[in-house]
Design a protein around this ligand. Structure first.
Ligand code: PLP
Length: 548
């Protein structure tokens, strides 16, 4: 009995002997077996490490991370150089030139037909219906009619229409043609409100799923994607990969992007892009240039205009680039969702004015040998709030700052907690201060000062001046060493770190009986003081000097 992979593979690929690679030794071995240059290039930064050495041909830890991300077993995932490569290797491994065919349903992603033609496979194109829904019945009928069809492409959400194909339809499609490979391209699924079908891939042997870090994870330049499916089918497809498919810096960048310190900020960005998609779609419905706006499930909108030439000129004049898609319809335009500020410029180009909004957001990362931190703040939004440092009590304290300041705060830290919470606590405070500073920008219009005095047996008085000049005075004693996993002695350090990196004078005075109350009162009071200090009260820099 031959397996599906053996039955469907091109004979040349099926019989291809594996490529012989130099074995990897220990890191401190004298590496004279791969004709590498011993001198690293003159390029700085952590991603440039080991650029003179060949990369890991099968980066297992990245593979495991991506498998966990997509909720599939590791042996069902093959790393590829971006999603494009996943399409290319499938065609090359399974479609015999001049004999086999692929089936695509336009308008859809152009790469399917492109790679198929490049490999000498025939391309059967059956346009989607009026509503751009992917219809299972008619697709199965075409494949049944023509026994040369080896591979069917389903893009969900579809580029450029945004249409999502329901999981039940995908299952029905794959089950109806069990000797044909079905590739579901989920390059945009993170932005959709539906579920990924990745867990079904391999479960149903002829069903494959493509995922990529290019879109949702912002790594387009790194070229990291994957195929998910039956291990034997993946092994066959993987034979067509070059010996070292992924560059070392790409592997490192992907690992970092998927690490615990980065995930919360990355997830919040995806949420922001979805919120922006909704906002831009609503606003664009008032555009005098457009006759329709289709939202869909990607990080883009499909628009329709009666005047494509004039609109193209107008967008070009304003320096806004959108993709005209005459293959879809004469007036079709695909508009990607950018940052809120970019979207406002795009809206203006489409003739929709938006009120001036403060853009007091900042995101930053801060990595040392002891901690890895990513933080995002928005001074003009009360949500989301998510703090994960690994020190439970401290998470609660930082959350108190954000809640009482009425700001959005996302902060995640991977620290050397096995040593001590010290680095985690202090570095997180430094990162938070730096993010607040960046979000404040030129400090125009802010209240600048803030004061407060609250809470139970404890009383914390904080005065705060967002003066851009760091100073910290902390008066108060704690009787106990620890509150859970949090050392009480670190509280003065936190405020010093905040003062330093935020550029503020912070005076703290705390009295009372209970250390928990006293500590919490400090953080709450700081949040309250911050709320007043960052509030926009006018348009001027609040200093007689005119600068802060
Ligand atoms: C962008 C895109 C891809 C692949 O992108 P890579 O950068 O190669 O990972 C795949 N499919 C669709 C529909 C896309 O739009």
């Amino acid at each position: 009995m031959t397996t599906l992979a053996q039955r469907l593979a091109r004979p040349e690929i099926r019989d291809l002997p594996p490529f012989q690679l130099a074995e990897r030794g220990a890191a401190d071995d004298v590496q004279l077996d791969a004709n590498e240059n011993p001198f690293p290039p003159l390029v700085d930064g952590p991603l440039a490490r080991d650029l003179n050495r060949y990369p890991d041909p099968r980066p297992e830890s990245l593979r495991a991370r991506m498998a966990a991300l997509y909720g599939v077993p590791t042996d069902r995932l093959l790393l590829t150089r971006g999603g494009d490569d996943a399409i290319d290797i499938l065609v090359r491994a399974f479609c015999r030139p001049g004999e086999d065919a692929v089936l695509v349903r336009p308008p859809t992603f152009g790469a399917y037909a492109h790679f198929a033609r490049m490999s000498g496979a025939r391309v059967i194109e059956r346009p989607l219906g009026q509503d751009f829904r992917f219809d299972v019945e008619s697709t199965v009928a075409v494949a049944r009619e023509d026994s040369a069809v080896k591979l069917v492409f389903v893009c969900s959400p579809n580029n450029p229409t945004g249409t999502l194909t329901p999981a039940a339809d995908i299952r029905a499609l794959a089950e109806a043609m069990s000797d044909t490979l079905v590739l579901v391209d989920e390059a945009y699924v993170e932005f959709a409100d539906g579920e990924s079908v990745a867990p079904l891939a391999g479960e149903i042997p002829n069903l494959l799923v493509l995922r990529t870090l290019s879109k949702a994870y912002g790594l387009a330049s790194a070229r990291v994607g994957c195929l998910i499916g039956d291990p034997e089918v993946l092994e066959m497809a993987g034979r067509t990969l070059p010996p070292y498919p992924l560059p070392g810096p790409s592997i490192a960048a992907a690992e970092l992007a998927l690490s615990a310190s980065r995930r919360p900020v990355v997830e919040a960005r995806i949420e922001l892009l979805k919120t922006e998609r909704r906002r831009v779609a609503e606003r664009l419905s008032a555009s005098p240039w457009l006759t329709s706006v289709q939202e869909g499930g990607g990080n883009f909108l499909l628009l329709e205009t009666n005047a494509p030439e004039a609109l193209a000129v107008r967008l070009r004049e304003r320096g806004v680039r959108a993709r005209f898609r005459p293959q879809v319809s004469p007036g079709a335009v695909r508009l990607s969702i950018g940052s809120p500020e970019e979207n406002d410029l795009a809206l203006a180009a489409f003739g929709v004015e938006t009120p001036d909004r403060p853009a007091r957001r900042a995101e930053l990362s801060r990595d040392t040998r002891e901690t890895r931190i990513a933080v995002a703040v928005d001074l003009d939004a009360p949500a989301p709030r998510r703090v994960r440092t690994g020190v439970g009590f401290y998470d609660h304290m930082l959350d108190q700052i954000a809640a009482h300041a009425g700001i959005s705060l996302i902060l995640a830290c991977e620290g050397d907690l096995e040593t001590d919470p010290h680095h985690t606590v202090e570095d997180s405070a430094l990162a938070l201060g730096a993010a607040l500073k960046a979000a404040l920008g030129d400090r125009k219009g802010i209240g600048r000062y803030g004061f407060v005095t609250p809470m139970d047996d404890a009383e914390a008085a904080i005065s705060l001046d967002l003066s851009a000049r760091p100073f910290c005075r902390f008066e108060g004693e704690f009787a106990t060493d620890r509150l859970g996993d949090y050392p009480t002695a670190l509280t003065p350090h936190v405020f010093r770190s905040l003062a330093d990196s935020l550029g503020a004078a912070i005076h703290v005075r705390v009295t009372g009986d209970d250390d928990h109350h006293k500590t919490e009162a400090c953080f709450k009071a700081f949040g309250r003081a911050l709320r007043q200090a960052v509030r926009i009260e006018g348009g001027e820099v609040p200093s007689t000097k005119g600068v802060l």
